[in-house]
Design a protein around this ligand. Structure first.
Ligand code: NDP
Length: 322
């Protein structure tokens, strides 16, 4: 059996981009559903103290921030559903969204929407070494802007050799004069200008040809050192550190949107209205090809996507009435 429910806008992903889109779309009197597989809030819920979102004054906990965003969207009339989306298919003027049944009735659930906003984000690639999970939030971080300020004047290590690792190492060197960047190759992969900034920075020590084999903790339950292995001679060593920032790439979660245009890194290409290459499908937040991924830029993307969705639907309705 199949059941179908119709919406104006279905937003896939309940992070900052999705919830901002929900709020703006619902406030435009559109019927809106946000589908999120896990708890709403996305990466923001992992932020202990969110202190760089404009207008919040005192730092707020990321989880509390997410709860407020959801409440705000609900107050404007957005609906939320916790389940997994398994497919997006063109159907008539809009899209049919297949979702995993979570009432175990064996029913295939299909929802219908004129517009889809994809806000499923991107995941930080993990090293997968001992200590990485255990000390996450206790010195292990994937966001220098979010967590760097907690390690002012401390010993900071950065892992990776791309633009993100080099950029963030430079950023972190403004907070401490004790940054060590560790990369597995003999040279950086980052753009020359970005890499040169690191290589000429006296506050940054560079260790090439080396991998981190373990993140170790101290008696206080936080990161205290890194076990290293030189991949040329196999020699092991250990360096003390208070925080380790891991920048070994991101994986955008685009498995649902294989038909939209993406860049060479797999991020969805949009125009400034958040429109993808497929009419009626918009993308917002970290899944989108863009230079700066932050809660504030995700929220901004969401608002723009919702505004564009409203215009698209209004044009769609106008063309149907003709
Ligand atoms: P990249 O994929 O460019 O770099 C990832 C780095 O991590 C590489 O040096 C890679 O090593 C290393 N790495 C990957 N897996 C492992 C592992 N398991 N163990 C150790 N090291 C590992 O990712 P970025 O996030 O740096 O950048 C992504 C995209 O965003 C790029 O296109 C980049 O140009 C762009 N960007 C641009 C910025 C700018 O212009 N200022 C800033 C930030 C990002 P190896 O080199 O050996 O493969």
């Amino acid at each position: 059996m199949e059941s179908k429910t119709a919406y104006d806008v279905i937003i896939i992903g309940g992070g900052a981009a999705g919830m901002s889109a929900a709020q703006y779309a619902a406030r435009s009197s559109l019927r809106v559903l946000v589908i999120e597989e896990k708890a709403e809030g996305g990466q923001a819920v992992l932020i202990d103290k969110l202190e760089n979102y404009p207008g919040i004054g005192e730092p707020v906990n990321g989880f509390d921030f997410a709860v407020t965003m959801k409440k705000q969207a609900e107050n404007f009339g957005a609906e939320f559903l916790r389940t997994k989306v398994t497919g997006i298919d063109k159907s008539g003027k809009g899209y049919e969204i297949s979702i995993e049944d979570n009432d175990s009735s064996g029913e295939t659930k299909k929802l219908y929407s004129l517009v889809v906003i994809v806000a499923t984000g991107a995941e930080h690639r993990k090293l997968g070494i001992p200590g990485e999970k255990e000390y996450y939030g206790k010195g292990v971080s994937y966001c220098a802007t979010c967590d760097g300020p907690f390690f002012r004047n401390k010993k900071i290590a950065v892992i990776g050799g791309g633009d993100a690792a080099c950029d963030e190492a430079s950023f972190l060197s403004r907070l401490t004069d004790n940054v060590t960047i560790i990369h597995r190759k003999p040279g950086f992969r980052a753009q020359k200008a970005v890499a040169d900034k690191v290589l000429s920075n006296p506050k940054i020590r560079v260790i090439f040809n080396t991998v981190v084999t373990e993140i170790k903790g101290g008696e206080n339950g936080a990161v205290s050192s890194l076990a290293l292995r030189n991949i040329q001679n196999g020699e092991g060593s250990e360096i003390p550190c208070d925080a380790v920032f891991i920048f070994i790439g991101m994986t955008p979660r685009t498995e649902l949107t294989a038909t939209v245009k993406m860049d060479s890194n797999g991020y969805i290409i949009t125009d400034e209205n958040m429109a993808t290459s497929v009419p009626g499908i918009y993308a917002a937040g970290d899944i989108r090809a863009k230079p700066f991924r932050q809660v504030v830029t995700a929220a901004s993307d969401g608002a723009i996507a919702a505004h564009s969705a409203a215009e698209y639907i209004s044009n769609l309705n106008a063309s149907t009435e003709k």
